[in-house]
Design a protein around this ligand. Structure first.
Ligand SMILES: [Zn+2]
Length: 460
């Protein structure tokens, strides 16, 4: 606990909660001055402050840094999620920084398209943001420049996807060689294109068009094969590699082995792979369609075991929702539905609920959703931890409050009551979110303004 200069008036005092530090949880209060954490105080100590917020019984976690969310903006698809709505959903979910990952048109593949995205983000963001650059065949010559402009990583798809060019193996290898030269960071969507292509065509010809067919077309083997391939490229090029949204425990263990022999690879999973199963995909069809697909209950258990063993680096939302009518196209034909789920608002509550039940402590969850992300994306120590000097980005949670997910109350542009979490009972609720000392969300209300969110990057 820090001693503060007595006469100094604080801007805010968050009083009387359980503070989740990296080294453990402590009871106490947080003093905030000029947007930063000025000190951590013992519960009995009080200091003068312009605003005192009492949070007895609450958890105070570092604001989440979501390494993986998609805002479809700028884009031709104007009814999909955008920065304005998406960052409100973030605030409601305790997420104070989003690392936006391109799936929009045009993706940030050169200075002009990056500038376009930055402008939209700056005008509309309610939370802080960093940007992934696009790693597509045509952007390879631009990567170093994009890095110097502030992109914190580059996203490549190893399998075909709408609106975004995927990378063949030789192109990905060449790109990683380039990125290694300036110690950049490459994230891959790891699924083997040939396998998916083969199985999906076979299933479609056989008339298999339901949610189960979607999973069958993208078997665990397709993900594992691509992960091994990406690791091999990381090993040969020395490029820092990040495997996004892993869905299979076997893949996590493959990455752990690679790390152990010195490959610079880290791994992210998502709440949907920890809290939903193949049964949900069958039940909700296109409304639970995502890539990689939802897996078996046994795999979910094994993935939690990987977290327990410390083998997963980060958890991201892969927030990528679509309006209901776009998904409805897949009700009788799963192949016609776009893949992706809403996740920013439910990520932390789901992890608290399911994680605590499975014996994962709050400190571990904070590292997975904030501290580790900040370190990997070079945002640490401004972001990612609660300690004097860091940005006062805080998620305040009532760990005992029970509530029911209703997608119609979502802040997302694509709010829907047909998603796979609809009606789910959850224990643990975000009651307030602070960004750089300002309350931006409280008791169901967005208080922050668009444009308050600012770009964060190692180069600034
Ligand atoms: Zn994604």
């Amino acid at each position: 606990m820090t001693k503060l200069e007595e006469p100094m008036r604080m801007d805010a005092l968050i009083r009387g909660g359980t503070i989740v530090l990296e080294q453990g949880c402590v009871a106490g209060s947080i003093a905030i001055k000029d947007g930063r954490i000025a000190g951590l105080l013992s519960p009995e100590v009080t200091v003068p402050a312009l605003e005192t917020v009492d949070v007895p019984g609450c958890l105070i976690m570092p604001g989440l840094i979501d390494p993986h969310c998609h805002f479809s903006e700028p884009s031709l698809h104007v009814r999909r999620e955008d920065f304005w709505h998406g960052t409100r959903a973030a605030a409601a979910g305790g997420v104070t920084t989003v690392v936006e990952m391109p799936l929009n048109v045009p993706p940030p593949a050169d200075e002009a398209s990056l500038t376009l995205k930055l402008k939209t983000a700056k005008e509309n963001a309610h939370v802080d943001f960093a940007l992934w650059g696009a790693l597509i065949p045509t952007s390879i010559p631009n990567l170093q420049h994009l890095w110097e402009l502030g992109c914190v990583a580059f996203k490549a798809f190893m399998a075909d996807v709408d609106d975004y060019q995927y990378m063949t193996d030789p192109l990905l290898f060449e790109a990683m060689r380039e990125v290694a030269k300036f110690n950049g960071f490459v994230g891959v969507h790891a699924e083997n294109n040939d396998m998916i292509d083969y199985y999906s065509k076979q299933l479609a010809v056989a008339g298999c068009n339901d949610g189960g067919a979607h999973a069958a077309s993208r078997p665990e083997l397709a993900e594992l094969a691509a992960i091994k391939q990406a690791i091999l490229m990381g090993e040969k090029t020395g490029c820092r590699l990040y495997v996004v949204h892993i869905s299979i425990a076997e893949g996590v263990r493959e990455i752990a082995q690679a790390k152990a022999r010195g490959v610079k690879v880290s791994v992210e999973t998502c709440p949907q792979y920890l809290t939903l199963t193949h049964d949900d995909l069958v039940r909700c069809g296109p409304f639970a369609k995502c890539n990689p697909p939802l897996r078996s209950k046994e795999n979910v258990d094994r993935l939690w075991q990987c977290i327990r063993e410390g083998l997963v680096d980060t958890i991201g939302s892969d927030h990528s929702p679509y309006p209901d009518d776009e998904r409805e196209a897949g009700v009788n034909n799963i192949w016609k539905a776009p893949p992706g789920l809403a996740g920013l608002e439910t990520m932390l509550p789901l992890l608290l609920d399911e994680g605590v039940r499975r014996g994962i402590d709050w400190v571990t969850l904070a590292k997975l959703t904030s501290g580790n992300v900040a370190r990997l994306f070079n945002l640490y120590p401004v972001k990612g931890v609660i300690q004097p000097g860091t940005d006062a980005d805080l998620a305040i949670i009532d760990p005992n409050q029970e509530w029911t997910v209703d997608g119609l109350l979502s802040f997302s542009k694509t709010k829907s009551d047909r998603g796979p979490y609809q009606g789910r009972r959850i224990r643990g609720k975000v009651v307030a979110t602070l960004l750089r000392g300002q309350v931006i969300y409280r008791d169901g209300q967005i208080i922050g303004e668009p444009g308050y969110g600012k770009l964060v990057s190692r180069v600034l």
